[in-house]
Design a protein around this ligand. Structure first.
Ligand code: IVH
Length: 679
């Protein structure tokens, strides 16, 4: 065997090992919730695999963990007929209806037959059917109308908990069904980003999941973290004797590497089932994802066969739907909030009321169009609901309780904060305050500018901004850099020490990467990611300012609306003045290319926080190191932090990182990561 062949053989073995190893860790994480390695170590395995496939592209297999994101954009989803229809489930809404189901089952079978029931959470997501051929992931289809669905194979492939290859013990051909869903905190994360981009937030996880599965670009799907639990398998004729109960099916699914919701229980009679429905009434809110009821399934397949199905739904299964979490309360006032871009949002202030496990006194009314359509008035008794159990919203006024002399609530003609003109968006449903200096807008813009993900000015938070603007000390963003010690010490809760700390933080922010500045300016539709793209493409604010629409739209991530918005921003006199002022105040306006170590941009796109004392670096040194390798070092931990580096006697950041699920690494891990020797 030639040297090259030998080398290739070795690479092939390593490739197979890495694929198996990554799959094993995926399974430990998603199926058994018992990870053995840190996220960092996992990422390193994937990286190694990527490198190997780069060198030997012929090693790539369709089920390699690197192939989750195919990158192909889909024109239209192909319709696929289900081999076995995906029926729906009949619903029940109370104990009586549940007992009716039980009686129907009992009546259809011999009196001495023992029947048990499996109760599972009814996840509020999107049903999916997945087919494995030769144990390899090959097709994913939505439920559609039950007979035909959409081929979403590429999109579902991006979901990390969907195995790309099943265990050898799995049958050669297998169709499984389950629910794709999104956890509440993922929805929250996406909405934070949308808010930044000036886009309307998603209303609930179910719609977001459905919308995500229908995105044409699998790369976008991969950016939204979807999850899946499987709950049914379709047995082939010759397999029916293999699996006799639902419990066995759930166990087999797990055994073959498919994630199953561990929250199922077996019940011996209807009394147990009723008890469970009561237990779940409150518990449902602690799961971290939406469930809208429970599914009660006959366990024994033999009895399922006796019961059969109607044309719509099997007779062996029933859904118990929780009573809708709706509350009534009095609408005391409608407040109009002014956002960073001047958008006016009506917010309901209500008499406090308990809803879905929390006390609610404010709810969003979304926008004036919706407010007028629903005709919600101050003084009304309203019904409120939690959409996706996250953002409370007002559903409708109860007209039978409407007091006399109420008036429809109209959009204000003048901005409630500064009194200047208000205009309706030509393309949207928003009304906006057009005054750039509006104090409400200014406060939002300052907050946006100072936040960690932008210029990262530690200590410049909401309360301080409130004071600075109200006292007239800050009239625009540039004024931050003109603040003096004498001014700061006069403010509430600002001693000499905290004032000095703030001044230091302001000074330090002058040297942030260009992308932080671009993001911090708060240009509509320019979020953190796009800011990085723009910084990289243009390299300086000046070049970005001069860019034509054509040049902007030539960047793949920039569409015409975004380009227009960037042009608009840099055509406003006030904004041009702001850039000039920031330049004179010595805020960095160029990409710091020189100091990034040549060809060593290995920490690009990663955000680090450090806590505790390190052995090899001072705080400044490690921050410099991170930056020089293209990473970002920030002062506090958030969901957007990629890694927390932990030294001796760490502070509260460690606990926060654990809570948020941020990857925690040691100084040694960090040194390994950047390829430096551990001392
Ligand atoms: S079993 C024929 N189990 O509820 C039975 N469905 O309203 C097939 N769902 O379309 C479904 N959690 O999308 C089953 N544990 C669970 C479920 C579940 C959620 C959804 C599923 C189905 C819908 C019916």
């Amino acid at each position: 065997m030639g040297e090259r062949d030998e080398e290739f053989q070795k690479a092939k073995e390593r490739h197979e090992f890495l694929c198996r190893e990554i799959e094993r860790h995926n399974e430990l994480y998603y199926v058994h919730a018992k990870p053995e390695i840190s996220d960092y170590e996992y990422d390193m395995l994937v990286k190694e695999l990527e490198k190997l496939e780069e060198k030997y592209p012929e090693l790539k297999t369709p089920y390699s963990p690197t192939q989750r994101v195919g990158g192909r954009v889909i024109d239209e989803f192909r319709a696929v007929e289900h081999r076995v229809p995906m029926l729906s489930i009949d619903n029940t809404y109370n104990e009586e209806e549940l007992r009716d189901f039980y009686r129907r089952v009992r009546k259809a079978i011999p009196p001495n037959e023992k029947v048990t029931y499996v109760v599972e959470p009814k996840i509020d997501g999107v049903a999916i059917s997945i087919t494995y051929r030769s144990r390899i992931y090959s097709l994913a289809v939505t439920r559609g109308d039950g007979f035909k669905g959409d081929d979403v194979t590429e999109n579902v492939k991006t979901i990390r908990s969907v195995p790309l290859r099943l265990k050898d013990s799995a049958p050669d051909f297998l169709e499984v069904r389950g629910e794709v869903f999104m956890k509440n905190d993922e929805l929250e994360r996406l909405n934070q980003i949308r808010e930044e981009m000036g886009e309307e937030p998603f209303r609930n996880p179910r719609n977001t999941t459905a919308g995500t599965l229908k995105l044409k670009d699998p790369r976008q799907v991969a950016e939204r973290k979807l999850e899946v639990f499987f709950y049914e398998l379709i047995l082939e004729e010759d397999q029916t004797s293999l699996i006799k109960t639902h419990v066995e099916a759930l166990e087999k699914l797990r055994e073959w590497g498919l994630p199953v919701n561990p929250e199922w229980k077996i019940c011996n009679d209807i009394e147990d089932v009723v008890k469970l429905t009561n237990e779940w009434r409150e518990r449902r809110f602690s799961l971290g994802y939406e469930i809208d009821g429970l599914v009660i399934k006959v366990n024994e397949h033999r009895i399922r066969d006796i019961l059969g199905a109607t044309s719509k739904a099997p007779r062996w299964v029933i859904a118990y739907k929780f009573p809708a979490e709706v509350a009534r309360t009095k609408l005391l006032n409608i407040k109009v909030q002014v956002g960073k871009t001047g958008a006016l949002t009506p917010v309901a202030e209500m008499e406090p009321v308990k809803l879905a496990g929390t006390i609610v006194k404010r709810a969003t009314l979304h926008n004036f169009e919706e407010l007028s359509r629903k005709d919600i008035r101050i003084g009304d008794i309203v019904e409120i609901q939690k959409a996706g159990e996250i953002i409370p919203q007002v559903i409708r006024p109860l007209l039978e309780f409407r007091p006399l002399n109420t008036k429809p609530f109209l959009p204000p003609e003048k901005c409630p904060e500064c009194g200047s003109e208000v205009k309706k968006d030509p393309e949207g449903v928003f009304y906006r305050c057009l005054n750039m200096d509006c104090p409400a807008q200014l406060k939002q813009r300052l907050q946006h500018f100072a936040q960690r993900r932008a210029m990262d000015i530690e200590g410049l938070g909401t309360a301080l901004i409130e004071q600075l603007v109200n006292k007239g000390l800050v009239k625009n963003i540039a004024d931050i850099y003109r603040l003096k010690m004498e001014q700061l010490v006069q403010l509430e809760r600002m001693g000499k020490k905290s004032s000095q700390n703030l001044l230091n933080a302001i000074e330090a922010s002058k040297n942030r990467p260009l992308s932080s500045l671009i993001f911090g300016l708060g240009i509509r539709h320019v979020g953190q990611h796009l800011a990085e793209v723009l910084a990289k493409h243009f390299g300086s604010i000046d070049k970005l300012m001069k860019a034509s629409i054509e040049e902007l739209t030539s960047i793949p991530e920039v569409g015409p609306i975004v380009a227009e918005s960037i042009r608009d921003f840099f055509s406003t006199k006030e904004n041009l003045q702001l850039i000039e002022d920031l330049r004179n105040l010595k805020v960095r306006m160029e990409e710091e290319t020189a100091s990034i170590e040549e060809g060593k941009n290995i920490l690009k796109g990663m955000t680090f926080v450090v806590t505790g004392t390190l052995k090899n670096f001072t705080r400044d040194q490690i921050e410099q190191k991170i930056k020089s390798l293209g990473g970002k070092a920030v002062s506090s931990v958030s969901k957007n932090t990629d890694y927390l580096i932990v030294g001796e006697s760490p502070g509260s950041k460690l606990e926060k990182a654990q809570r948020l699920g941020v990857k925690i690494i040691s100084e040694e891990d960090f040194l390994n990561m950047i390829g430096e020797k551990v001392n």
